[in-house]
Design a protein around this ligand. Structure first.
Ligand code: SAH
Length: 247
């Protein structure tokens, strides 16, 4: 897939995946952190910074926002200036599998809707190296909500992302890799539709005015299919939010 097209489609979004400010705050509650402490936090795959802004507002932390796409982090940089937390924000444009941290150095690692780029297990194992003992991990990850479901849905997601699993499977992966679960919840449909898919859909026409290539049409067609699949089948899957601490 043409990365420039993906960037152009997503850079004007409030977020680049399902979620909400309330659910970032809810996940923080599960972590039971001290608002006054100057934690070192990394927000990995931060996109244009939806979660980063909430984390900066809720905690007196110093944040390194890690993101491959500079066009996305430019949006975050501007909003940090407007909101007054630029002095607590460092942006690292690079890949999440080559993090610029010392081992055992971070208090909190956050990553909403992004760890799938490495794969859940590989990602949480790698991130764990950089957390201090007792440090907190908050990740959201596509999750089956039940043990069985319509076969066409299983087929779709197992082609897209074979590591998709139920919450109990993901929690097990966290446990066998040295994490203690602090909390779990799944995101309700408005986090997908109102907060992510509907704003995305509203940008399709202008996007296709800007880009007339076959590739651009294919991209929009695949986004439309994913959205239609969600509208039909949202009872069966969502993002699960996993909050855990490094034992
Ligand atoms: N956390 C944001 C973005 C989620 S979308 C939100 O919830 O809105 C996933 C993000 O991961 C995108 O911004 C994408 O550019 C970024 N990404 C993809 N592969 C990456 C990699 N290897 N390293 C760092 N970021 C990556």
């Amino acid at each position: 897939m043409n990365l420039n097209l993906l960037i152009d489609l997503h850079k004007d979004g409030q977020r680049q995946g399902p979620g909400s400010d309330e659910h970032t705050r809810l996940a923080l509650k599960h972590a039971d952190l001290d608002r006054g402490k100057n934690y070192l936090l990394a927000d990995i795959g931060c996109g244009t910074g939806a979660s980063t802004r909430v984390l900066a507002a809720e905690l007196n932390c110093t944040i390194t926002a890690v993101e491959l796409v500079p066009e996305f982090t430019q949006v975050l940089r501007n909003s940090a200036r407007e909101m007054g937390f630029s002095d607590r924000l460092e942006i690292h444009n690079g890949s999440m599998d080559q993090l610029p941290f010392e081992s055992n150095s971070l208090d909190i690692i956050w990553s909403e809707g992004a760890v799938y780029n490495m794969g859940f297990e590989k990602g949480i194992r790698y991130f764990s190296n950089f957390l201090k003992p007792g440090g907190v991990l908050g990740v959201s990850e596509i999750t089956w909500l039940t043990a069985s479901r319509p076969p066409e849905l299983t087929r779709f997601w197992e082609t897209e992302y074979p590591e998709i699993g139920t919450a109990s499977e993901k929690i097990k992966v966290l446990e066998v890799n040295g994490f203690k679960l602090l909390g779990y919840f799944s995101l309700p449909t408005y986090c997908w539709l109102e907060n992510y898919y509907e704003p995305l859909e509203s940008r399709f026409d202008e996007f296709l005015d800007r880009h007339q290539s076959g590739e651009a049409h294919e991209l929009i067609e695949s986004e439309r299919q994913e959205i239609a699949l969600y509208r039909t089948h949202h009872d069966w899957f969502s993002y699960g939010f996993y909050i855990a601490s490094k034992a």
